[in-house]
Design a protein around this ligand. Structure first.
Ligand code: 13P
Length: 249
């Protein structure tokens, strides 16, 4: 059986010092947790913490991931970080197209596709975030929104056989405590799976993100095609994160 993927997205919630403190305080537990063959554990701290966490956790099975990647390969793009640099910082995963990047930094579907392409070329698994807003959900346009978001990604990755992860994160579920109904998630996942099966030649997984917690995790069991979780707020506290992993694996 494929391991369940647990991705901690720390967003901009922990400074470098706090990230280091977390990993040093829970080093032994992280080592034990990540050695479990039933799970794949990924921690995504902010950029300046990537290298140091990668070094600190080298003796564990924890993977280090970035929260964003530039759509450009290299060049005069002040403030951006390339896939090549992420590789050198030890990343094996990178989130791309998070709704907060789309919303606050104007990241487009094509940017997400280009970034995912550079990541694949650098053998970093992209965690490609897609998801509809509350209004799109209420207007029943979620499927066309997801298709539009995925379209450039799937056409640019058509010829790669690199593994990719799609993170379905409905914007209305992020940080709200509200999660979609099981039936809804099952239908959405079926839809995304069909698109991926048709186009992507490499391995792929679909994870869910949005208000995953100790309280909500049980509801996600038995959803076909669900390979794991992208966790924001609840991943900041080790005890909560550990509980989610033990309940969700
Ligand atoms: P929360 O788990 O805090 O809802 O955040 C979800 C998220 O945005 C993860 O990328």
């Amino acid at each position: 059986m494929q391991p369940t993927l647990f991705i901690a997205n720390w967003k901009m919630q922990k400074s470098v010092t706090q990230s280091v403190e977390f990993c040093s305080a829970h080093f032994e537990s992280l080592k034990v947790l990540s050695a479990d063959t039933a799970i794949d554990l990924v921690i995504c701290p902010s950029f300046p913490a990537l290298l140091i966490l990668n070094e600190m956790l080298a003796d564990t099975m924890v993977h280090i991931g970035a929260q964003h990647c530039s759509p450009h390969e290299s060049g005069a793009y002040t403030g951006q970080v390339s896939a090549e640099s992420l590789k050198e910082a030890g990343c094996t995963y990178s989130i791309v197209g998070h709704s907060e990047q789309r919303m606050y930094n104007g990241v487009t579907d094509q940017d997400v596709a280009n970034a995912a392409n550079h990541l694949c070329q650098n053998k970093i698994e992209p965690i490609i975030c897609i998801g509809e807003t509350k209004q799109e959900f209420e207007n029943n346009t979620a499927f066309s929104v997801l298709e539009k978001q995925l379209d450039p990604v799937l056409s640019i990755l058509k010829n790669t056989n690199q593994p990719i992860t799609i993170a379905y994160e409905p914007v209305w579920a992020i940080g709200t405590g509200t999660v979609p109904e099981n039936d809804y998630l099952t239908t959405v996942f079926k839809h995304i799976s069909a698109l991926l099966t048709k186009v992507h030649s490499g391995p792929w997984r679909i994870v869910y993100g949005g208000s995953v917690s100790e309280e909500t995790i049980a509801a996600f069991k038995n959803i076909p095609a669900l390979s794991g979780f992208l966790i924001g707020g609840a991943s900041l506290d080790f005890k909560k994160f550990e509980k989610i992993v033990s309940l969700g694996k």
